[in-house]
Design a protein around this ligand. Structure first.
Ligand code: BG6
Length: 489
């Protein structure tokens, strides 16, 4: 008899979205411009051209600021969640969601980031969203910063490189903690805080062409992420003062890197890549900088400024849980030449012959998720939460109005099975919120065509369509999984 994969009681099943990829209404009710509003549609870019998918330079910002037309800037229109949130939340409830991970757009609350008084219309919007969730018994998991910092801070403060931004962010955090403390228990400070080197503009507002060489750019990135660590710790400190039951999580991309061969040189390279990824969670979970990063600062002459109390603040205000995204694994070798390179949400790597890839070249590796969960839990022994996982694919809306996304069901089934195995191996896993539980705009290429959802949204890359919401086959499949707490797998 096949074994039944029943998950622990209280397991937090749900889905995940981010403000800048769903809300639209980019200039409505006093919202300011964010870094997402200048991200151009890039539908034809090669899947392995990771850098250019995300790149935004000084010229791009100027060009984007000169137009109010959302045509080539899809995140300005999202899926119009701003006006559809009630209908969307009702559908999430129909699937049985226990939690919804979403983010607050900083620019709805402080349009430029620097104001001293919040924008009431922005506060009202999220209150309406959280109250609707409450009506359906869905608990929000709220990210404070998901690739949507105010553009003003990029243009006037060099983004997170400036220490002033710590104060602006802490002010924003305090306002939303106070405002929603009765409605929100689970918080996450920064989405994929480890992605600062992979796409610095989106994460920390660093415009790469402003820096004279690689060392100065890297120095700025390290400074910016240090400032984010401190801001996250200060926000956590305040949250604990006003809301002792609330939980603050760190969030990293779980980047599982494999060696191509058993050549120790390949193994070393993979191990070094994995270690680099631990830097971010080490600081936020253990409250300390790993020695190898401090050594790198010294050896390369990188001048990263730590404020007088920063180390103490980091040590005293570590996170309650570690959340992660996981999409794929990656293969590296000392000899990358002449190898087939594939794409992904990590920097590109060698194509793994044992794995299938998505339409966008991302390597589908459910066992990699299990390996990653066990690694992280053994390292930190704090609860883990998978807050992103999913398959970006081209879906086909059939003439009879249905979408048969069996490939997505296969993807989720195989990942949920491996999650279950990781729990059997001792991992404390709080929950699972698949990414883009409703179709949304892609973070990297701003495409609508790259769909992740259980719910189809009738819109194309250029915003044409009825915006009607249509449950896909996977919608009913996931509903059964939640209802049976995994047993129907
Ligand atoms: C994660 C981000 O990196 O990957 C999400 O946190 C993003 O915002 C997701 O959407 C998938 O990436 P993409 O580029 O396919 O949207």
């Amino acid at each position: 008899m096949q074994k039944q994969m029943v998950f622990p009681n209280g397991f937090l099943w749900g889905g995940a979205i981010a403000a800048n990829q769903v809300e639209g209404a980019w200039d409505v009710d006093g919202k300011g411009m964010s870094v997402a509003d200048v991200a151009k549609l890039k539908p034809n870019i090669a899947v392995s051209d990771y850098k250019n998918q995300w790149h935004v330079g000084s010229k791009d910002i100027k060009e984007a600021m000169a137009t109010v037309d959302p045509l080539y800037y899809p995140k300005r229109r999202g899926i119009d969640f701003y006006h559809h949130y009630e209908e969307d939340i009702k559908l999430f409830a129909e699937m049985g969601f226990k939690v919804l991970r979403l983010s607050i757009a900083w620019t709805r609350i402080f349009p430029n980031g620097v104001e001293t008084e919040p924008n009431q219309a922005g506060l009202n919007f999220y209150r309406r969203v959280f109250e609707t969730l409450k009506k359906y018994h869905i608990e929000p998991v709220v990210t404070l910063s998901h690739y949507e910092m105010p553009l003003y801070l990029v243009n006037h403060y060099d983004g997170w490189v400036s220490r002033d931004v710590i104060d602006f962010f802490v002010r924003f955090s305090k306002v939303v903690f106070n405002e929603y403390k009765d409605l929100v228990k689970y918080w996450i400070s920064f989405n994929e805080i480890d992605s600062v080197f992979r796409h610095p503009f989106t994460t920390i507002g660093v415009v790469e062409d402003k820096y004279e060489n690689q060392d100065r750019l890297d120095e700025a990135i390290y400074q910016a992420v240090h400032n984010q660590f401190v801001a996250s710790a200060l926000a956590t400190k305040y949250l604990r003062e006003i809301s002792p039951d609330a939980k603050m999580g760190a969030m990293i991309t779980k980047t599982q890197t494999y060696p191509e061969t058993c050549n120790p040189k390949d193994v070393l390279l993979a191990s070094q890549a994995n270690r680099k990824n631990y830097f971010y969670s080490d600081v936020q979970v253990r409250g300390e900088y790993p020695s190898y990063i401090l050594k790198e600062f010294k050896d390369r002459g990188l001048n990263v400024d730590f404020g007088d109390n920063d180390l103490e603040v980091l040590k005293k205000n570590t996170v309650d849980y570690l959340s992660l995204s996981y999409y794929m694994s990656r293969v590296v070798s000392v000899d990358m030449d002449s190898k087939e390179i594939t794409g992904g949400n990590l920097t590109s790597g060698i194509k793994n012959p044992y794995l299938e890839t998505s339409d966008w070249g991302w390597q589908i590796d459910p066992i990699g998720l299990r390996i990653g969960l066990v690694d992280l839990y053994d390292r930190y022994q704090i609860p883990l939460f998978i807050v992103e996982n999913g398959l970006g694919a081209k879906d086909h809306l059939k003439a009879d109005g249905t979408i048969e996304d069996d490939y997505r069901i296969d993807y989720f089934r195989s990942h949920i099975e491996q999650m279950y195995e990781a729990i059997q191996e001792g991992v404390e896993l709080m929950g699972y919120t698949p990414w883009g539980c409703i179709d949304l705009i892609s973070a990297s290429t701003s495409q609508m065509d790259k769909r992740y959802g259980f719910i189809y949204v009738d819109a194309d890359d250029f915003g044409q369509g009825s915006y009607q919401r249509i449950p896909k086959k996977s919608f009913y499949w996931y509903k059964d999984i939640i209802e049976s707490n995994g047993a129907s797998l």
